[in-house]
Design a protein around this ligand. Structure first.
Ligand code: 6GU
Length: 231
């Protein structure tokens, strides 16, 4: 999968060199390129923002550098992702959909946002998604893009060594994950649930399932079907 990122803070993405995503890049599974938006400015100060029409606080990102940058970076079939608190919610389903794409371009805005005409122009071309991480405010799209790249990248075949480890995770089954334990069997007086030491795989599966349902009902009842949520 090819991933291009346009940002005024390329250094935010230095950490993509490490961990699972870094390894996937080294193995050629993910081709990630980071571009500095200011490379597409034409004034001496490399200006990317200006005051908002209509007044108000903050600054708005100018359309011209974004137009030049996206014309240069966006291939014919790439999906353009604009991280924005005004976007659709980023869920495991969205991550799955994006992991099936050949190319993604992340346009990371700062300040109060990007001039709306940029969004409208590239939406008309098609394959644009405004995506939000959740109902809180970040200073810009960079950290959100990073989260999305990790969630999508690990679903690309071969990135995660054992594909089975993807199946039982939180949100893949519509439930939160069950609690997990490793050695020692007793730590600071706390024992591992005995069923996990029983060797009875059917009993282990049933216990884990019950733990997932109980945890989901307690913490995230909104994830359960209505009858289970109200039970
Ligand atoms: Cl995608 N961007 C910003 N700036 N804030 C956010 C967000 C995105 N998702 C949640 N908050």
């Amino acid at each position: 999968m090819r991933i291009d990122i346009v940002t005024i803070f390329p250094a935010f993405f230095d950490v993509l060199d490490v961990s699972l995503i870094g390894r996937a890049r080294g193995r050629g599974l993910l081709d990630v390129r980071v571009h500095d938006l200011r490379d597409w400015t034409s004034d001496r100060h490399r200006t990317v923002d200006d005051t908002p029409y209509g007044g108000g606080a903050g600054m708005v990102m100018k359309p011209e550098p974004w137009g030049e940058a996206l014309d240069a970076v966006l291939g014919d079939d790439a999906v353009l992702i604009v991280p924005s608190p005004a976007g659709e919610l980023f869920t495991q389903r969205v991550a799955r959909e994006l992991s099936a794409e050949g190319a993604l371009v992340f346009a990371c805005g700062r300040y109060e946002g990007i001039d709306q005409r940029v969004i409208d122009h590239y939406a008309q071309r098609g394959r644009l998604r405004l995506v939000s991480l959740g109902d809180y405010v970040l200073n810009g799209g960079e950290v959100a893009a990073m989260a999305m790249i990790e969630a999508v990248g690990r679903l690309v075949p071969g990135v995660v060594g054992n594909p089975e480890s993807l199946v039982e995770e939180s949100h893949e089954l519509g439930l939160l994950e069950y609690p997990v334990y490793t050695k020692p069997a007793v730590w600071r007086g706390r024992e591992v649930p005995p069923v996990l030491l029983s060797g009875d795989h059917g009993a282990v599966d049933a216990w884990r399932r019950a733990q997932s349902v109980e945890r989901t009902r307690r913490v995230r009842p909104d994830l359960l079907p209505d009858e289970a949520a109200s039970a």
